[in-house]
Design a protein around this ligand. Structure first.
Ligand code: HEM
Length: 539
């Protein structure tokens, strides 16, 4: 991340240098540096080529378009971990790893020495405030406790399952039927993004923004949220000496970011204060099960008199607002991109699709109230039935293994440390772990690691069997394991089962399907598909 910023700086420097130095002298100097670096790289052979003065930047720059695959090759060549550093005096340094033992060390064993860190928090502060996604230490712990107790409560679980099913059956299937009837191609990624945005807002605020309406409208809040996220990510590319003054002066993308953040915060503040007023006037929010209502009602124990006693306090509006915004960011696009890759992989593997369908048919056949007409129109799978979809769970987990929604993540070292494989990490350095590369490592997943093989998740008794969090940190691992993991599987399984049962999703030929190089593994060009209704003659 910081290295990317330095790459931008490098381009600027090159432009300045070309006005001060003759181009031929510059070319000679660059050729000298290149030869020197090649020689040094030949001698060390670990990781990417580092240039004098510029560190890894020029090499990185050549690979911006295929950075995940490039890092995968380098990690394989260097035994799973290599150090990097950015420009001389720039201060960016750290290691990149795909070794599960190192991942376990930073995410669990030495959790307190590897927080998200200031670098991350500073960039997300405007959008996320002190929300769980952007917090460390005590601020994170309080929110984590609240998140786990509210999200894992039976009340929230049944509310979220019902709202997922209602969105899928009441809106998504209606939209797909319309598209199928018109024979129109549509971008599956866009449709799924709309679905997960509405879904996460329902879970967080109990409010449906309506992105999934059949006319696929532009929704102001959703657009602002997306823009705010994209514009925040620019801060990971542009150096701080550029974005910070622009922020202060309200210029360029920073001005647009301020406006998008304002829209998001205004919406969140208004919703929180309306819910607070509703609670104050009626004394409870008994009819509401969304996270916001739970948090408005909840209290936390706070120490008083130096820890001698404690009293119950309500969460502040700011706490709840920040929490809900983080929650929306965390659950907004992760499962939609996972589902898009899943449908794309299925398209290339009719055998896997047939096994998923067989599983669905056999669950329907086992129903007491089986619909003898053979029509699937009314089938809405229950949470218990979703739990019996082992093969679907395996296929989704395998799609996420190959195309993890968060392909690369990182932590910052508070103190000097040494990773289990012997690699030293200096204070302030970053440990970047490539989840994308771990999936493609023969040492981690075996010789067939690049194959889409759901069977690797099925145990001897034919049931789904999970893997170590540290070999598969797709949902993060250790104390910061994704709190939405259960929610995400219910959401993905409900959607995938309902759609596959009713439609054959056909990928339009001739499009280029490649990942976008950003923090979430979007498809760069989306995924154009058509929907063909299935003949329901199986039951
Ligand atoms: C396929 C879907 C999902 C994947 C792959 C996924 C993955 C992740 C990952 C990798 C992290 C760690 C990010 C970091 O700290 O840098 C995370 C954290 C988190 N996720 Fe998810 N997520 C998914 C869906 C969801 C959903 C649907 C929700 C909400 C309902 C959610 C809520 C959260 C929250 C609140 C955190 C922060 C946890 C903490 O820092 O303690 N996630 N998730």
């Amino acid at each position: 991340m910081e290295v990317l910023q330095q790459a931008t700086t490098l381009i600027m420097l090159r432009q300045v240098a070309s006005t001060l130095i003759r181009p031929s002298d510059l070319a000679m100097a660059m050729a000298g540096l290149f030869l020197f670096s090649c020689l040094a790289h030949r001698l060390t052979q670990k990781g990417p080529m580092h240039w004098p003065l510029f560190g890894v930047l020029p090499t990185l720059f050549l690979h911006l378009g295929d950075i995940y695959d490039w890092a995968t090759v380098l990690l394989a060549r260097s035994g799973g971990t290599f150090p990097y550093h950015g420009m001389w005096l720039g201060g960016a340094h750290g290691v990149i790893t795909s070794d599960p033992a190192n991942v376990e060390y930073i995410l669990r064993t030495r959790f307190t020495n590897f927080p998200k860190g200031r670098y991350y928090r500073e960039r997300f502060a405007d959008l996320l405030g002190d929300g769980i996604f952007n917090a460390d230490d005590d601020a994170w712990r309080t929110q984590r406790r609240a998140a786990t107790s509210e999200m894992h409560s039976p009340r929230f679980a049944s509310y979220s399952a019902a709202s997922i099913a209602s969105l899928v059956h009441g809106k998504l299937l209606v939209l797909l039927s319309r598209l199928a009837a018109d024979g129109r191609a549509a971008d599956l990624q866009d449709i799924f993004l709309r679905f997960t945005f509405d879904n996460i807002c329902l879970a967080a605020f109990g409010v449906d923004p309506g992105c999934l309406a059949v006319d696929l409208p532009e929704v102001h809040f959703a657009g602002a949220f997306e823009r705010a996220t994209e514009l925040t990510l620019i801060r990971f590319i542009v150096p701080p000496f550029v974005w910070k003054p622009m922020r202060r002066l309200g210029l360029g993308p920073e001005r647009e970011l301020r406006e998008a953040v304002r829209v998001v915060h205004e919406f969140a503040e208004k919703t929180v204060s309306q819910r607070r007023a509703e609670f104050t006037s009626s004394g409870n929010l008994i009819d509401r099960s969304d996270l916001l209502s739970r948090l408005v009602e909840a209290t936390e124990d706070v120490d008083v008199n130096g820890g001698v006693g404690s009293k119950k306090l309500r969460f502040s509006d700011k706490f709840i607002k920040d929490f809900c915004i983080s929650f929306i960011l965390a659950g907004r696009d992760t499962s939609s991109v996972a589902l898009t890759w899943f449908f794309w992989l299925l398209h290339g593997r009719p055998d896997v699709e047939a096994r998923v369908l067989d599983e669905l048919y056999s669950i329907i056949e086992n129903r007491q109230d089986i619909n003898k007409t053979g029509s699937f129109d009314d089938v809405v799978f229950t949470v218990e039935e979703l739990g019996r979809m082992d093969y679907l769970q395996a296929a989704l987990s395998e799609a996420l293994r190959l195309y993890p929604s968060v392909p690369v993540d990182f932590k910052e070292a508070v103190e000097d440390d040494v990773l289990p494989d012997g690699t030293p990490v200096r204070k302030g350095g970053r440990v970047i772990y490539s989840i994308y590369s771990m999936a493609r490592s023969e040492g981690v997943w075996g010789k067939d690691c690049r194959e889409f093989r759901p069977e690797r998740w099925i145990g001897e008794r034919g049931r789904f069997e999970g893997e170590s969090q540290f070999k598969y940190p797709v949902f993060n691992a250790g104390p910061r394991l994704c709190v939405g993991k259960k929610f995400a599987y219910v959401q993905m399984k409900t959607l995938a089962a309902a759609v596959l049962l009713r439609f054959k999703v056909e990928v339009v030929q001739g499009q280029v399907v490649v990942p976008k190089m950003t923090t979430t593994l979007y498809m760069r060009n989306g995924l154009l598909v058509t929907f063909k209704p299935r003949q329901n003659n199986k039951v």
